[in-house]
Design a protein around this ligand. Structure first.
Ligand SMILES: NC(=O)c1ccc[n+]([C@@H]2O[C@H](COP(=O)([O-])OP(=O)(O)OC[C@H]3O[C@@H](n4cnc5c(N)ncnc54)[C@H](OP(=O)(O)O)[C@@H]3O)[C@@H](O)[C@H]2O)c1
Length: 320
């Protein structure tokens, strides 16, 4: 593999760079410097979401780079996500238009359904995680995943996004969509790292022509405390990863990312630290041997860091 923008061919013929900059929990003031550092380092793929509340700051930097001629719009691969409060098919077009306006773009490269469960929309576009009395997320009474997908497909026909996809979807949910889709999902963005390798989901998606995008690819060490449990394994400190990193003179983060890319999985490491942003894309100048890939594959520890589905115990669209 060579070249920073090694790309995966999607089922609609478009190409998606293997590495993108993640931006969850990147506050507006910091995300600007992060996106500048990423574009300067050669990243062309940026992952954000309506829910991250930083699309406008990212948009400012994209505009700055496009206007100055440092990058062309066509070279960029910009991904954002439909919030759960806007999953009613009637709200989908308006939602992408809000995101596009903030991002200062006329089209997206990829638009994802953030999660398969709609939340109650109370008319407040900023109340993205409405809560119920028990303190959990307030799921909407009606849901119609295929209806939401149809509304997503219309966005492609309208030229508002080049590709559409899903996030946090189960095998059966991806299958249900693929069965009826006019425009198939190009990717399913899910938690994926050495302790949650998603083998079954990856294989099932592959059969359907759907790629996998790994969130938390280096183990999301900065996730909020509410997602942490005592004695959790830390991917960056895994002895096997550290040993391999030492051998190649690479960082543990680079080995974790290389492992996923070598499996054929797209990665979106998040950082607001310019030095880390630069180093996280330096993963195309070495490769892991078959034995090293197998050693990682054999790691017994299993841990899902983000059990978002637990918030929706009895919901029929609960993905896991
Ligand atoms: N679809 C979804 O539901 C969903 C859910 C979660 C995440 N995502 C997406 O996936 C992206 C990545 O996931 P994530 O942010 O949870 O986790 P991650 O990318 O695995 O980890 C990010 C954390 O690692 C640190 N870090 C980055 N590079 C490092 C390096 N080279 N060495 C040591 N530490 C390093 C970052 O710190 P600094 O920033 O301080 O450098 C940050 O705290 C998100 O940003 C978001 O775009 C999507």
């Amino acid at each position: 593999m060579a070249g920073m923008n090694m790309a995966v061919k999607l089922n609609n013929g478009k190409e998606m760079p293997f590495i993108g900059l993640g931006t969850w929990q990147s506050p507006k003031d910091e995300v600007k410097a992060a996106v500048r550092a990423a574009l300067d380092a050669g990243y062309r793929h940026i992952d954000t979401a309506y829910n991250y509340m930083n699309e406008d700051a990212i948009g400012e930097v994209l505009q700055e780079y496009i206007k100055s001629g440092k990058v062309k719009r066509e070279e960029l691969f910009i991904v954002t996500k439909l919030p759960m409060i806007h999953m009613d098919p009637k709200l989908v077009k308006r939602s992408i238009e809000i995101s596009l306006k903030k991002l200062q773009l006329s089209y997206l490269d990829l638009y994802l359904i953030h999660l398969p469960i709609p939340l109650v929309y109370d008319g407040n576009d900023n109340n993205v995680f409405p809560l119920n009395e028990a303190g959990g997320w307030k799921a909407a009474d009606k849901w119609d995943l295929l209806g939401t997908w149809k509304a997503m497909e219309e966005l492609v026909d309208l030229g508002l996004t080049k590709s559409i996809g899903v996030s946090n979807f189960s095998i059966s949910q991806v299958e249900r969509i693929c069965k009826v889709a006019k425009h198939k999902p190009v990717t399913n963005q899910v938690e994926c790292h050495i302790y949650w390798p998603q083998k079954e989901l990856f294989e099932a998606c592959k059969k359907l022509g759907v790629t996998l995008t790994a969130y938390a690819p280096i183990g999301s060490p900065g996730r909020p405390e509410r997602f942490k449990k005592a004695d959790e394994p830390v991917a960056l400190e895994d002895p096997i990863i550290k040993k391999i990193a030492k051998k190649y003179g690479k960082t543990p983060a680079q080995v974790l990312l290389r492992n996923l890319i070598q499996r054929g999985i797209i990665v979106i490491p998040k950082s607001v630290t310019p030095e880390r942003i630069r180093s996280n894309i330096q993963v195309f100048d070495f490769s892991l041997s078959k034995d090293e890939m197998e050693d990682i594959d054999k790691i017994k520890t299993k841990r899902r860091y983000f059990d978002v589905a637990a918030m929706f115990k009895d919901h029929p669209e609960r993905p896991w």
